[in-house]
Design a protein around this ligand. Structure first.
Ligand code: FAD
Length: 468
């Protein structure tokens, strides 16, 4: 049988290789480390963890990444098996001994009879005779290949760093203070004239906010020192440094907006949030990319009227990151629409994090293996953690016509905001409220995800197994 080629032996490439080989299809895995390094990797091991040694929460009942762990274990994940085998104590989190973990992944891949590892850099798009190929070269894709991908996809389609604005869970915005309205009530295609959530600020609130921004602690950005900021991607604190009025003439301008709760008072400044996923559960803070430290982001952004109790699905940041505008470029099984023999996996698809990258590798591997075996490659349902992440990557985002169709796709960790809403069960016939309701909702989302993942994988329901 013709092998499937994989470029990049990181978290995603290693998992993809394992899944394909376990399905009985041969794999050639091309990894450049050993001949060429990256700015972050320190060893030649496959699946090296470049920074923290944590896979985050392992709670599969009330945490989205914990659910993702559980789903990957159900799907026979190599990365999860090696992580479990090299676990170190970390409370409710799954943290690993980084060397033991990566050595184990490398040994298992090297020992698999259907996987051949070639230590070489791939300097361009793969030749046609390779046939189906998975590109899993990660956030630090080597420049020659990145350039080749960019020429295949178009210059706007591959980003080299992410300037991320915070994303808020919609149900934590206080709509007694905020209101829906598009600037000048403009109705774009598919819009209603009420596409943005607006948070008003008085002069005192605005001045206090600017002072807090300037005083807030910023993260270092060594990798990009000396790099000019891209147009439209200036961090808000950099804008604030240019003068106290800069933000009021930029992303916080109050023009074209009337406070629905107090039409007579003109807001001095307005923070706008735009719908970030098709489900409408997440909203991003427009133009609020920032280098503020996470704790300061939460503290400062919760001073914004309407966001006092905001829960953030992700906080802002600025990182070196090579990633595709996947929602427009990739199909539902991660194939490049303009060249379907090429599939992408891992962080380059616009997911974020070790576990998420490995899970996208797992899915890409399964899709590629199914195709090679003449079977249908069916994506996991969007109610699963894997399916929710895949839907985010391949289409669950929106672009804003009002902002000239600028893409709003941002890399994202898995979180419950990506899952379709679930009915919260009543307890003893009573409607739950507050914290109890939040906990019950997370339990219901987790239970639905795991049940649906089992049926996607063709596994029996847990109850049926217990009864056997
Ligand atoms: P990688 O694991 O980076 O694997 C890609 C592989 O492709 C590498 O082995 C690379 O050598 C190889 N490669 C690249 N180009 C070529 C080529 N042309 N030919 C052959 N091989 C090639 N996530 C977290 O969850 N926690 C963290 O603490 C964390 N810290 C991070 C710190 C930094 C500096 C960076 C850049 C990212 C961090 N991430 C973190 C994010 C991310 O989840 C990891 O980078 C993750 O390793 C991505 O998995 P991947 O398989 O997509 O890419």
């Amino acid at each position: 049988q013709t092998p499937i080629h994989i470029i990049g032996g990181g978290l995603a490439g290693s998992e993809a290789a394992w899944q394909i080989a376990q399905a009985g299809v041969p794999v050639v895995l091309h990894e450049m480390r050993g001949t060429r390094g990256t700015d972050a990797h320190k060893t030649d091991h496959l699946a090296e963890l470049v920074c923290s040694n944590s896979f985050r929460s392992d709670d599969a009942q009330s945490n989205a990444v914990g659910v993702l762990h559980a789903e990957m274990r159900l799907a026979g994940s190599l990365i999860m098996r090696c992580a479990d085998a090299h676990q170190v104590p970390a409370g409710g989190a799954l943290a690993v001994d980084r060397d033991g973990f990566a050595e184990r992944v490398t040994a298992e891949i090297d020992a698999h009879p259907l996987i051949e590892v070639r230590r070489e850099e791939i300097g361009g798009l793969p030749p046609a005779e390779w046939g189906p190929t998975i590109v899993a070269t990660g956030p630090l894709t080597a420049p020659a290949l990145a350039e080749a991908i960019r020429s295949q996809t178009g210059s706007d389609a591959l980003a080299f760093f992410d300037a991320i604005a915070p994303i808020v869970h919609f149900d934590t915005i206080d709509m007694t203070k905020a209101w829906f309205q598009s600037r000048y009530d403009k109705v774009g295609p598919g819009g209603t004239g009420k596409d943005y959530v607006n948070c008003p600020m008085s002069r005192e609130q605005y001045e206090g906010f600017i002072a807090a921004l300037l005083a807030g602690e910023k993260t270092e950005f060594r990798e990009w020192e000396g790099t000019p900021y891209f147009d439209g991607c200036l961090p808000i604190e950099v804008m604030a440094e240019r003068g106290p009025e800069t933000l009021r003439w930029g992303p916080m301008k109050p023009m074209g907006l009337t406070n629905a709760h107090d039409p007579a008072t003109k807001p001095h400044a307005v923070v706008q949030l735009r719908q970030d996923n098709a489900l409408g559960t997440l909203y991003n803070m427009v133009g609020f990319q920032t280098k503020l430290r996470y704790a300061d982001q939460v503290r400062v952004f919760r001073t914004i009227p309407g966001l006092e109790n905001a829960e953030f699905a992700r906080l802002g940041g600025l990182h070196r990151n090579t990633y595709l505008n996947s929602p427009t470029l990739l199909d539902a099984t991660l194939r490049l629409k303009s060249r379907p023999a090429l599939r992408f996996a891992g962080q380059i698809t616009g997911c974020e994090g070790y576990v998420e990258s490995a899970s996208v590798g797992l899915m890409a591997g399964r899709f590629a293996a199914a195709e090679a075996l003449g079977q249908t490659a069916s994506p996991p349902p969007p109610t699963t953690a894997m399916g929710a992440l895949l839907a985010h990557i391949t289409g669950g985002h929106l672009t804003s016509e009002e902002e000239g169709g600028k893409r709003s796709f941002q890399p994202m960790n898995v979180n419950f905001g990506l899952f379709p809403p679930v009915e919260v069960p009543r307890e003893a016939g009573k409607r739950l409220r507050g914290k109890e309701k939040t906990v019950a909702k997370k339990h219901a989302l987790s239970a639905r995800a795991l049940a649906d993942c089992r049926s996607w994988l063709g596994l029996g329901a847990v109850d049926a197994i217990a009864a056997e």
